[in-house]
Design a protein around this ligand. Structure first.
Ligand code: PHE
Length: 330
């Protein structure tokens, strides 16, 4: 029995087979147990001899079973380690990384420049009342700039704001006559334009407003020069051309020098500005005899187009990844 058992056990190939054989030999109904159980029928002399032999056999079987079991466990562990091996020297897989939209990038950049000069960032609603969008900005009811052609009216009194200038009035009201005010107000604006390469019915502006005592046109010019140089480079120059806006007096349009791809240096208009009109100061709650201020408004798309050399405003809006990706890591 011992020889048979040991031979069979040595050949065992799986843990399951091993467990079965163990039961067969030394389990409750196993061959060895049968022998031990039958010992009662033996004579007094035979009993110790058989008992000793049976114990030896059991020990021998247990020894092989345990050894085999160990072998199986080791083999299994090795196999698993092999299967789970990772090569730590492999390069990582690059995950696609998002980036800011070029318009948001430009807005953030402009905000950085002005907050660096002590301005706060303020915002106002996109659906604006006739009062804030026009009336309080010295654009009375019959003013041609209020042309229905240009504005998206929601009701008789409510429209999608056509510029960010209404935030000037809101900022003044919020300050309740306290100065200084130094705010910039980025936001979306709406005009009834047909979309083409240079027009969009919805675009973005950034408004600037400063109110205090002794604020002069030279402060405005110095501020804009500083802005232009931080935005477009140290050697940028600006020039102010006389213009007209109902809410500023005097008013100006501002050009910056821009170097084209062929090296030619040209003037390009980037914003409108002026000294806050006395009537506007008054409507915003400031005494024009005591306070003065300047305001400016620029188109974000226009700045982005200049800065990045973009040829069509519609690129900003159609979510074309091959366009947007160019700005992801700048
Ligand atoms: N609101 C004017 C526009 O949309 C720009 C502007 C702002 C001009 C502030 C002067 C002062 O064209």
């Amino acid at each position: 029995l011992k020889e048979e058992a040991l031979e069979v056990l040595e050949k065992v190939a799986t843990a399951k087979e091993l467990a079965d054989l163990r039961v067969k030999y030394s389990g409750k109904k196993g061959a060895l147990t049968e022998i031990l159980r039958g010992m009662g029928k033996l004579s007094a002399e035979e009993r110790p001899v058989v008992g000793q032999v049976a114990n030896e056999v059991r020990e021998a079987i247990e020894e092989v079973v345990n050894r085999k079991q160990d072998e199986f466990t080791k083999a299994e562990t090795n196999e698993r380690l092999q299967a789970e091996k990772i090569d730590v020297t492999l390069p990582g897989r690059a995950l696609p990384q998002g980036g800011l939209h070029p318009l948001n990038k430009v807005i953030e950049q402009i905000e950085d420049i002005f907050t660096g000069m002590g301005y706060r960032v303020a915002e106002g609603p996109q659906a604006e009342t006739d009062y804030y969008n026009f009336e309080a900005l010295n654009l009375p009811k019959n003013h041609p700039a209020r042309d229905m052609q240009d504005s998206f009216y929601l009701t008789e009194d409510l429209l999608m704001r056509t510029h960010t200038s209404p935030v000037q009035i809101r900022a003044m009201e919020a300050m309740k006559g306290e100065t200084p005010i130094k705010v910039i107000c980025p936001g979306t604006v709406f005009r009834r334009d047909d979309d083409d390469a240079t027009h969009s019915f919805q675009f973005h502006q950034i408004e600037g407003l400063v109110i205090g005592k002794d604020i002069r046109m030279s402060d405005l010019k110095g501020t804009l020069l500083q802005f232009a140089r931080e935005m477009f480079g140290e050697s940028t120059e600006i020039r102010l051309r006389p213009s007209f806006f109902p809410f500023t007096e005097p008013s100006a349009e501002v050009d910056v020098t821009f170097v084209k791809k062929n090296g030619e240096r040209v003037w390009i208009e980037i914003l409108g500005c002026g000294m806050v009109h006395p009537k506007v100061l008054e409507m915003g709650g400031f005494d024009p005899e005591v306070y003065s201020g300047f305001a400016f408004g620029m188109g974000v798309e226009r700045i982005a187009i200049l800065k990045y050399g973009i040829d069509d405003i519609r690129h900003f809006y159609n979510s074309d990844l091959s366009f947007l990706k160019q700005f992801a890591r700048q």
